[in-house]
Design a protein around this ligand. Structure first.
Ligand SMILES: NC(=O)c1ccc[n+]([C@@H]2O[C@H](COP(=O)([O-])OP(=O)(O)OC[C@H]3O[C@@H](n4cnc5c(N)ncnc54)[C@H](O)[C@@H]3O)[C@@H](O)[C@H]2O)c1
Length: 440
């Protein structure tokens, strides 16, 4: 049998040993899906708290149940470590490390580079590597291929196999999870696609193969750029509607009655999370090296980035109409997570809104049932979520809804508050009756 055939057989027989580099929001669910499918999976993460937690059978990702981790760890299907030398024994490795932006807005490739350098030390024949981290087109071929193969004399597509398969996990979502969300797969060679597909098909329902790693890298960037641009469009519509004196939410709901050719997006206080505000900028950064300016991305990014400032200016105006200055007013921000019902505060617009309100001299508090504490490392402030939310609502001069968590009783909030600024249309049912609410 050729190397490819042997590896495919081992993957299909679930004898191949799986390594997952990075046990975060993407890596842990993926490790669990492979372990549930019958593979022996080892997660490797330099963060000893994560590795220790898995070893104790405890999940730290809300979408992954502790009972599941505990069962898989006890059965020996899932282990975790900080020791990269276990990679020597792996046959198939997925890389799920962060890809943030630097302060300058350029891609921060340091995590991909360090994970690849570690893996390069233990590369051997009959191995398949899949990069899952969202990144610019060309990363798999230009960065991983030389470090993992060419430099050690291994021939890709013959001795070992390399592909890109973007993760599409949507934290908090229950209908589409890692297992039933189709996976795009693009290999460096056709043989690479074949091996990587054989592996993933052992655990994931649908694997959609494309002809190159670059096509897979770009598919992910298209998905997230599509969202970013459409959110930018409705955010600008919200700004225009305010000038026109028209309710933007009513306009969007009306347009959404069209059964074809329209997809509903809603405005808000700005973009958040690890993906939508960041990933498209990987593409626009890459295009600069081709002397091409990705105009849609730049424009949507500009509009979305300005939304927290716009929200604060609207709060200021609304307070002014009520005879109050923002400076010295008590403002309670409700919701700090970047989207409803999750515990993730990364890139959340709440951070910008709170920071801007503080700069304008407001006395700011926040409440979030999922985020007990915020530490803004760059701006150097930290806050605890208020303990008695309804008391804080009653005490505030302005209550600002930034994240529309389902657990909030919006009727009670509107009834108890002096004034509510609602950036999410969470109070739609109570807005007209009270006259206390101003919506985005
Ligand atoms: N979170 C999402 O919803 C989501 C969705 C789709 C795609 N993605 C993409 O997936 C990638 C991972 O995102 P995430 O949300 O899981 O990040 P995360 O921060 O939750 O997890 C990344 C993990 O990688 C670990 N790590 C850092 N350096 C490492 C190294 N050298 N070797 C091994 N592990 C290392 C970190 O300690 C951390 O535990 C990113 O590229 C992201 O854009 C994320």
């Amino acid at each position: 049998m050729t190397t490819k055939e042997t590896l495919i057989k081992n993957l299909k027989d679930k004898k191949a040993r799986i390594g997952i580099l990075g046990l975060g929001y993407v890596g842990l669910p993926l490790a669990v899906v492979f372990a549930e499918a019958g593979f022996h999976v080892t997660g490797i993460d330099p963060d000893s708290r994560k590795a220790d937690s898995i070893t104790r059978g405890v999940s730290y990702i809300p979408d992954v149940k502790t009972e599941t981790v505990d069962r898989l760890v006890k059965s020996g299907c899932l282990t975790a470590t900080t020791d990269f030398s276990v990679l020597r024994e792996m046959d198939a490795v997925s890389i799920c490390v962060p890809t943030p932006l630097r302060k300058t807005g350029d891609p921060d490739m340091s995590f991909i580079l360090s994970a690849t350098d570690e893996l390069a030390k233990y590369m051997h024949k009959e191995m398949v590597v899949v990069l899952e981290s969202t990144t610019y087109p060309g990363t798999t071929r230009e960065v991983l291929l030389p470090k993992l193969g060419t430099e050690s004399g291994l021939v890709v597509g013959e001795d070992w196999f390399l592909a890109f398969s973007p993760e599409r996990v949507d934290p908090g979502r229950e209908d589409f999870t890692t297992i039933n969300t189709p996976k795009v797969m693009g290999g460096i060679t056709e043989a690479c696609s074949e091996v990587a597909t054989a592996w993933y098909e052992g655990a994931i329902k649908t694997v959609h193969c494309v002809s190159s790693a670059e096509a897979a890298e770009l598919a992910k960037l298209l998905e997230n750029t599509f969202r970013m641009i459409n959110i930018g469009l409705v955010n600008e519509l919200a700004i225009m509607c305010e000038r026109l004196g028209v309710d933007v939410w009513e306009v969007i709901d009306a347009a959404a009655t069209k059964p074809f050719g329209f997809m509903k997006f809603t405005p808000g206080p700005g973009l958040g999370g690890h993906c939508i505000p960041i990933d498209p900028l990987y593409l626009s950064w890459k295009m600069k090296s081709f002397q091409y300016n990705a105009r849609f991305i730049e424009l949507a990014s500009e509009i979305n980035t300005n939304m927290p400032r716009y929200v604060v200016s609207r709060i200021m105006e609304a307070l002014n109409e009520r005879g109050r200055a923002l400076k010295g007013s008590k403002v309670l921000v409700l919701g700090a997570a970047y989207k409803p019902d999750i515990d993730d505060v990364r890139e959340s617009p709440a951070l910008d809104v709170i920071g801007l309100l503080k700069k304008k001299g407001a006395a700011v508090e926040y409440h979030d049932p999922y985020i007990p504490h915020i530490h803004h490392e760059i701006d150097g402030w930290q806050m605890d979520s208020v303990k008695d939310m309804m008391k804080a609502v009653r005490d505030a001069d302005a209550v600002v809804i930034i994240t529309n968590h389902k657990v909030y009783d919006y009727r009670a909030i509107v009834e108890s508050a002096a004034f509510v600024f609602d950036s999410r249309n969470a109070t739609r049912e109570f807005t007209k009756s009270t006259g206390k609410v101003v919506r985005l």
